[in-house]
Ligand binder design. Structure first.
Ligand code: SF4
Length: 363
């Protein structure tokens, strides 16, 4: 019974870690989506559903065609359309004639989440073993985030093109393959050393720093975001994602009374503009624009998929926040029809603006 799940950028590794930890050997890691994935997903989806629905549906069809027959995906009573994803995708796939088991994980209710993992996904694990597996996944998830951060920093100023990509790939495998928590903890030192010792950087560079916020899926999925991290890195700009999936799932940090999670700080910073959650990452994104300005970042790129309701709300607040806090922000709405040339031109114009501001010390 090969098992698969949606592709989600580097977060795909966290799913693989969890699947392995609960004893699954029959893993089919989802392939990176491409144009064909977009096309298949869009062909079978409602026209105006948000783009991640179409891409994840395309991934499921591709993986079922390749032999998977269990799909695990997030599923909960969400604030936005995400709550409808799995029931509607299940109906569509059944209508298409696929015979498979769909397993939604309700990550908003920890007890349901763990019970489903135990009963429907694990290979005979007890609840205690599932909890231990989840702990390994959230701890390893911290290192996946660390690799992304180092990757997008070193690649901007590397002298040998492509070396940071290789080191990032090697580091991801090291995290996935680390056999016990003692090994994992050593990675805290080993991963930064790996980048430092292997990536020769331009020490004279004074790079711009851009933070990327927006709807989580589009921020992490390179095909949908047209590999914006690489485009900016290629222009010598350091980039960072403002939110990560594993930061939400990190129950260890969440339970620690001495740690305030980043998303909590962001939600607090957003309060003058928006008090309550309205789905997606709206509150966090509004707050992050303010927080990253205070941390000295030069600009913000805000990404959202076509017809994403929560991020349209963020988009409407951005001109005001940008004026109030003197930080340039550019928004991109993305879907399967986004043209690369126009996208690249807008990025270059935005970077020009940031460079001029830096020259004139307007930041
Ligand atoms: S946050 Fe936006 S794109 Fe993501 S599921 Fe919700 S409505 Fe769709």
């Amino acid at each position: 019974m090969p098992i698969t799940w949606p592709y989600f950028g580097s977060m795909t590794y966290v799913s693989e870690i969890l699947a392995r930890e609960i004893g699954r050997k029959d893993i089919m890691c989802p392939k990176t989506p491409n144009k064909r994935t977009f096309e298949i997903g869009a062909r079978h989806s409602p026209e105006f559903v948000c783009t991640p629905f179409k891409i994840t549906l395309g991934t499921f069809i591709e993986m079922l065609d390749e032999g998977a027959d269990e799909i695990v995906t997030g599923g909960c009573h969400s604030w936005c359309r995400f709550g409808y994803y799995w029931p509607v995708q299940k109906l569509i796939l059944e209508d298409l004639g696929y015979d498979f088991k769909f397993i939604p994980l309700d990550y908003l209710k920890p007890s349901n989440f763990l019970k489903t993992l135990k009963d429907d996904v694990s290979v005979g694990c007890s609840l205690w073993q599932v909890l231990k597996a989840f702990r390994v996944a959230w701890i390893k998830g911290r290192f996946i985030d660390l690799i992304d951060e180092l990757h997008y920093r070193y690649r901007a100023i590397e002298l040998e093109k492509g070396i940071s990509d290789k080191i990032a790939l090697k580091s991801f495998r090291m995290v996935v393959d680390a056999e016990n928590l003692r090994e994992v903890r050593k990675l805290k030192k080993r991963i930064p050393e790996l980048f430092e010792n292997n990536v020769e950087v331009d020490k004279t560079a004074n790079p711009l720093k851009i933070v990327i916020c927006g709807e989580l899926y589009v921020v992490f999925e390179q095909t949908l975001n047209l590999d914006i991290h690489r485009r900016l890195n290629d222009m010598g700009i350091i980039v960072k994602n403002s939110v990560t999936v594993s930061s939400y799932l990190d129950a260890g940090h969440k339970a620690n009374p001495f740690i305030t999670m980043h998303y909590e700080k962001a939600r607090k910073a957003a309060k003058p503009y928006l008090e309550n959650r309205c789905g997606g990452e709206t509150l966090e994104n509004i707050g992050d624009i303010i927080l990253y300005k205070k941390k000295g970042w030069d600009g913000v790129v805000h990404l959202y998929p076509f017809s994403c309701m929560p991020e349209i709300i963020t988009r409407s607040f951005i001109p005001q926040i940008s004026r109030d806090h003197n930080i340039p922000v550019i928004s991109f709405v993305l879907d399967e029809h986004t043209g690369e040339t126009g996208f690249q031109t807008r990025i270059e114009a935005f970077v020009d603006l940031l460079e001029r501001r830096k020259e004139k010390n307007l930041i």
